[in-house]
Design a protein around this ligand. Structure first.
Ligand SMILES: N[C@@H](CCC(=O)N[C@@H](CS)C(=O)NCC(=O)O)C(=O)O
Length: 305
């Protein structure tokens, strides 16, 4: 997968992400600048996103871009499968990088004068004027784009505590919960994580029986952060990460809610089910040694109730 030390790329894995209990932990993002600060003015056309269609964290940034109408932020999409060079790009076409012309994400990180140390993750928000990274933390990217630019407010002051509470639960047990289930290396760690996923999905389904959105009448950041996991669930997590007690399309309220988000303007264009399958079912010694990609399931996201 690769990592970087003082701006120099190394192949292999620097840190073991698996704890002695067999549980799996995500490493922390370290580039945490903020649009709106003196060095990073709120001019959309100045910024660029490096993403991968299959990455749910990058999906948060893509969703914020379309919902806030920030088409001026340009985007480079990496190939769905990582190599020993990490996330890579073609020379031309849909998986190329029109901005810097890089062939691997580590070239973006090393183009920043900061001499980065850490993992090479998407999304990266890039400042084209200064030639440096603004942030590699999707939660920050969502918040700074929301605060710096016009368009629907995803984080109204009055709902902030509620939003933070949902975000914390959803991050731990759903967004990252599916990864903790899928990457667990013991039966216990897997079962604990997988049950947490469904406990929260069940709770959200019950909540949505009497609420249009997580925080009442308006679509907020919490809905935005839940959606990438819902979009990947039935085609990928249910099988590839063994989160298979239920599918999203089995839920009475969560399923129409997920489709309500899918049908918001621009959102369907951020979703690529074929690529989710290619990414999550890529050959993996532990999870899918032969790299065979299932043909199904058929999930009718186009349906409008
Ligand atoms: N905290 C980061 C996590 C991003 C993340 O883990 N991205 C994955 C793809 S889904 C990645 O690029 N991993 C590459 C690696 O860890 O080497 C965020 O939310 O922005």
């Amino acid at each position: 997968m690769g990592y970087m030390v003082d701006g120099v790329y190394h192949t292999g894995d620097d840190v073991t992400a698996t704890l002695p209990s067999g549980a799996w932990e995500r490493s922390r993002s370290t580039v945490r600048n903020w649009i709106g600060d003196a060095h990073f003015p709120a001019e959309a056309a100045r910024y660029h996103l490096f993403v991968a269609w299959n990455c749910p964290w990058a999906h948060r940034a893509l969703l914020t871009r379309v919902i806030k109408g920030l088409d001026d932020i340009t985007v480079s999409y990496a190939r769905p499968n990582r190599t020993d060079q990490g996330w890579v790009y073609d020379e031309t076409g849909a998986f190329s990088d029109p901005l810097l012309g890089v062939r691997a994400l580590h070239e973006v990180y090393s183009a920043d004068p900061m001499e980065y140390t850490g993992r090479l993750t998407v999304p990266v928000l890039w400042d084209k004027v200064q030639g440096c990274m603004v942030s590699n933390e999707s939660a920050d990217i969502v918040r700074m784009l929301n605060a710096a630019f016009d368009g629907p407010d995803l984080l109204p002051d009055a709902l902030r505590d509620q939003i933070d509470d949902w975000n914390a639960l959803i991050y731990e047990t759903v967004n990252n919960g599916v990864y903790r289930a899928g990457f667990a290396s013991t039966q216990d760690a897997y079962e604990t994580a997988a049950h947490q996923v469904f406990d929260t999905l069940d709770r959200i389904d019950a909540h949505l029986a009497s609420h249009r959105w997580l925080c009442g009448d308006d679509f907020t950041e919490s809905d935005l952060r839940l959606f990438p996991t819902l979009a990947r669930f039935d085609v990928a997590y249910h099988y590839a990460f063994r989160c298979n007690l239920r599918k999203i399309s089995d839920y009475a309220h969560l399923w129409p809610y997920a489709r309500r988000i899918y049908h918001m303007p621009g959102v369907a264009d951020t979703v690529r089910f074929d690529i989710y399958k290619r990414g999550y079912f890529s050959a993996s010694e532990k999870r899918n040694p032969l790299g065979i990609i299932p043909i199904g399931p058929l999930v009718d996201w186009a349906r409008v109730d």
